[in-house]
Design a binder for this molecule. Structure first.
Ligand code: DGY
Length: 331
């Protein structure tokens, strides 16, 4: 009997994907909650002579990892983002790279809105107030915040997730501004069909005029630190910053100082730098009044995570069989 190719999975993904892989391959799943070290991934790939690697966004896949097994033909990441993978090194070695675009768009936009509403209407503080038995009576100014309806939503990066986030503004009758490297007429038309008129402006104008600034850019050299001291300083004092993209897009120290100086009202972060954000990190002293943090759960609906697992399996399978990947990160 011929040996089946081996796929190494750095941490368990939903069974929907693992079962699909197990039908055809030897699948070795590392049974730990925390990410493995790079040395660990390298030694496992070597020992297993793996043909496929399934990883998460917390794993740094560089040339050392890619060289660990001579038979490695595909890396599939259980994420749409692939900033943790050295794509150039993969392309040079002829190793395919798969990811999970599209499927998590709506789910991540839902979370951006969950943070937006949470920050505006102070629900985390409200819950803490009740849980601490501080709720003595109805109060005329208790936990007041800005209106969401009729406000201005600024979308930085009108890609798929940015567009899905903007689309949801229709029900709140908001004005929508967006910024990015260039105007996107097709996205504007798509939004118009949902009753949202999105106006392209320079980022500086968006920052100055938006009540809510929501970040939807991938992490690249150009977007690292995109929102720093100057950008936060341009935002209105009662504005709210939302980040569901990558933590490094925002300069954490600058955000800390902006919250301290009252340059913006609040921030809702699903992604942080560092990530995870330790509870004793200085930024956390602003929570929950000025800061709400969730643990990178933008795509965390059961259905979406199952679909991501299936996509990862399909990419891995295609890579091992030498077929074009259904969702390739390599251009
Ligand atoms: C991604 O996929 O890149 C998200 O950040 C997590 O699902």
């Amino acid at each position: 009997m011929t040996e089946q190719p081996t796929v190494y999975v750095t941490r368990a993904i939903p069974a929907a994907g693992l079962d699909q892989l197990r039908d055809r391959y030897d699948v070795v799943v590392r049974d730990e909650t925390l990410p493995p070290s790079k040395d660990h991934i390298v030694s496992r790939l070597e020992e297993l002579d793996a043909e496929g690697l399934v990883c998460l966004l917390s794993e740094d896949v560089d040339a050392t990892v890619l060289d660990a097994s001579p038979d490695l033909s595909v890396v599939s990441t259980f994420s749409v983002g692939y900033d943790h993978i050295d794509l150039t090194a993969a392309a040079e070695r002829g190793i395919a790279v798969g990811h999970t675009p599209g499927v998590l768009t709506e789910t991540t936009a839902d979370l951006a809105w969950a943070l937006l509403l949470t920050c505006a209407r102070r629900t985390v503080e409200g819950h803490a107030h009740v849980a601490a038995d501080e709720w003595e009576t109805w109060g005329p100014t208790l936990l007041t915040g800005p209106d969401v309806h009729d406000a201005t939503l600024g979308i930085v990066g009108l890609g798929k997730i940015g567009t899905a986030t903007a689309k949801r503004a229709a029900g709140f009758e908001m004005d929508v501004l967006y910024s990015g490297p260039s105007r996107k007429p097709a996205r504007e038309d798509e939004l118009a069909s949902f009753g949202v008129e999105a106006t392209y402006v320079e980022r500086q104008q968006l920052l100055a005029e938006s009540d809510f600034v929501s970040l939807h850019v991938p992490l690249t050299e150009a977007t690292e630190g995109l929102i720093g001291e100057a950008e936060l300083g341009r935002m209105a004092e009662d504005a709210i910053l939302l980040n569901t993209s990558r933590g490094e897009v925002v300069d954490t120290d600058a955000l800390d100082e902006a919250l301290d100086r009252g340059e913006i009202a609040r921030a809702g972060l699903d992604v942080t730098d560092p990530e995870p954000l330790p509870a004793d990190h200085p930024l956390f002293r602003h929570a929950p009044e000025r800061l709400v943090v969730t643990p990178h759960i933008g795509s965390a609906s059961t259905g979406t995570r199952n679909r991501m697992a299936e996509m990862v399996a399909a990419c891995t399978e295609a890579g091992i069989e030498g077929e074009p990947l259904p969702h390739s990160a390599l251009r």
